[in-house]
Design a protein around this ligand. Structure first.
Ligand code: SF4
Ligand code: SF4
Length: 431
């Protein structure tokens, strides 16, 4: 891995890139920390955008994004320590923006409650909604009511089924596929109109390029874009296509809101004190086609039966078909929602600290993250900002983080790359 790389200004070496040391004097560590800050801010921007769409704005978030970006301009900030502080500040701001978005979702669509979701097609005209935008799905459900169209979620839209104001529609019938990267296969397979609402959309295959639509920031060349939440073209396309054939279905559960889990607080306390729950795990984050992601399924499958797994984001599709049962009524596999619902995991951890009168790192709680893109970077810095130590991360270490940054995270936070699932479990459980 080349340690140093920057080509952002005209002084760049040989007109192609500073790869040893910046002509301006910037060293590799500063260059990498600037990249890190930019990636974290990209993640914050995604959540901020979704909150803004729901009418929620926060001056501190916007000011941070402006200041943070300005800080990465040429010849502004050569101070590595300050850039680490800005990374931690990005984590703090990301918590704020995730909270803003969660509150906006709850205000508009109710707090999620557990929902059993059918995975598989029913007969009839269909629209598949992918991405992350809950408002887009809510507006689409309104406009498709009574039209004989069945609406399905894909990938990170699964948790939408937990929101009462969305779940109330009978024509929100189920879910198709798993994480984002199966979309070419899934969208080819099902003869439905497709709506891509955010990031994690792929360039379409020819066989469905004429029945996919984008909106908001998502854009694909030659693909029509929905404006002002007017889904008429998607609806017309779904009706024109004729529809899907019914198939066998599986059932998965999603939609655990904070209130649902906290309603079990007394029982959880009793079970922990009786040694019947030994540890909580948050296993989640992004999924990607990397075969190393099989780790997360093997990890969850092999956890001792006296452990609880909280999950979120599309990494859950590696194992959310598993039946882990329950511990005296407390489910062992709890799907908290989308990646931005990390705020629910954080609020829950804070509530558990109160319940057990301890600090965050004294809780029997291990975080095992998978990362793919820049929202996960923002979330990682949020957890570092909270001082969470002993986290596991995979499937690979971030390529923009050089050895100095990785060593810093290992020394200060004991951040550990994932290894072998069984060995990691033994180490974490102290066996
Ligand atoms: S900002 Fe510095 S390191 Fe980056 S291209 Fe310009 S001279 Fe090179
Ligand atoms: S969790 Fe990450 S990888 Fe998965 S759909 Fe969301 S942004 Fe994309």
């Amino acid at each position: 891995m080349s340690d140093m790389f920057c080509y952002q200004c005209s002084q760049t070496a040989r007109g192609t890139g500073c790869t040893v040391k910046g002509v301006c004097g910037k060293d590799a560590l500063v260059a990498r920390l600037q990249d890190n800050l930019i990636y974290a801010m990209k993640g914050i921007s995604a959540y901020n955008y979704n909150a803004n769409v729901l009418g929620e704005k926060d001056d501190e978030v916007n000011e941070f994004l402006t200041t943070g970006l300005y800080t990465t301009l040429t010849n502004v900030n050569f101070d590595a320590e300050d850039l680490i502080d800005l990374g931690l500040k990005a984590g703090e701001v990301n918590i704020k923006v995730m909270k803003l978005l969660k509150e906006a979702h709850i205000k508009n669509y109710g707090e999620p409650v557990p929902a059993e979701v059918q995975v598989g097609a029913e007969e009839g005209p269909a629209i598949i909604v992918t991405g992350h935008d809950i408002k887009a799905l809510a507006e689409l459900l309104k406009q498709t009511e009574g039209k004989g169209i069945k609406v399905y979620t894909h990938s990170e839209m699964l948790p939408a089924h937990g929101y009462p104001e969305l779940n109330k529609y009978d024509h929100l019938v189920g879910h198709l596929g798993k994480a984002w990267f199966d979309q070419k296969e899934i969208f080819s397979k099902y003869n439905a109109a497709i709506l891509a609402t955010s990031n994690c959309v792929l360039l379409p295959k020819d066989d469905y390029a004429d029945r996919i639509f984008t909106m908001d920031v998502a854009k694909l060349p030659g693909v029509p874009k929905i404006e002002n939440y007017d889904f008429t073209p998607v609806i017309e396309k779904a009706l024109e296509l004729g529809g899907l054939e019914a198939e066998e279905k599986e059932v998965i559960t999603t939609g655990f809101g904070l209130s649902t889990i906290l309603s079990l607080a007394d029982k959880i306390k009793e079970l922990v004190e009786a040694g019947k729950i030994r540890r909580f795990f948050v296993v989640g984050g992004c999924d990607s086609p990397n075969p190393k992601l099989n780790y997360y399924r093997e990890f969850v499958e092999n956890l001792p039966e006296d452990t609880i797994v909280l999950t979120l984001a599309c990494g859950k599709f590696r194992f959310n078909d598993l039946d882990l049962g329950d511990i005296e009524g407390v489910p062992r596999l709890i799907d908290l929602g989308q990646c931005n619902d990390t705020i629910v995991a954080i609020d829950l951890a804070v509530a558990l600290c109160d319940l057990f009168e301890c600090e965050l790192n004294d809780l029997p709680l291990t975080i095992v993250l998978s990362w793919m893109e820049q929202k996960a970077v923002a979330i990682l810095w949020s957890l570092l900002y909270l001082g969470k130590t002993d986290m596991y991360i995979g499937p690979v270490l971030p390529a923009w983080a050089n050895d100095d940054i990785i060593n810093f995270l290992v020394e200060n936070y004991n951040l550990t790359p994932i290894g072998e699932p069984l060995e990691d479990i033994k180490k974490i459980m102290g066996e």
